[in-house]
Design a protein around this ligand. Sequence first.
Ligand SMILES: O=C(O)CCC(=O)C(=O)O
Ligand SMILES: [Fe+2]
Length: 160
Amino acid sequence: MPNWLQPLLQRMAQETAAVGPGQGANHVLLNVYRSGEGIMPHQDGPLYHPGVCILSLAAPAVMRFTRKRSSTDNESSGGRERLVASVALMPRSLLVFCGDAYHSCLHGIDEVDAEMLDETVVNMAALPQPGDTVLQRGGERFSLTVRRVLRTKNVLGLRK
Ligand SMILES: O=C(O)CCC(=O)C(=O)O
Ligand SMILES: [Fe+2]
């Protein structure tokens, strides 16, 4: 890990056990999004300890958590009816998630220039003007996604 990341990772390890109790992070991903760019709904998967910290920098965006599609869902449904929570990713904020949000939901960022703020936004108070119905993305957003990659042999069940 580069030196400049150490204080950040130490602070995350002190304040949350989400990325691996007692162990901390060993994997940091830098993503850059221009306004209008997003990341498709996905699950971070079994190679990681099931918890993640996302530090947001520069322009804001909104992360949408959607329930995974089940066998009884209508094939043609767009996904909005499976939306369970939205989180405004404000500059210099940290999103930590694990548990159901990690295992039972997909997370993604829409490819939009302006985010609609509806009743699914769980952190309205973090917005500059609580009560606004639109959040302009405005410019480039950088995120650091901090996780712990598990030892592959453990994940595959090969270790005794
Ligand atoms: O950039 C973000 O805020 C999310 C990134 C993400 O979900 C991922 O890298 O798995
Ligand atoms: Fe992700």
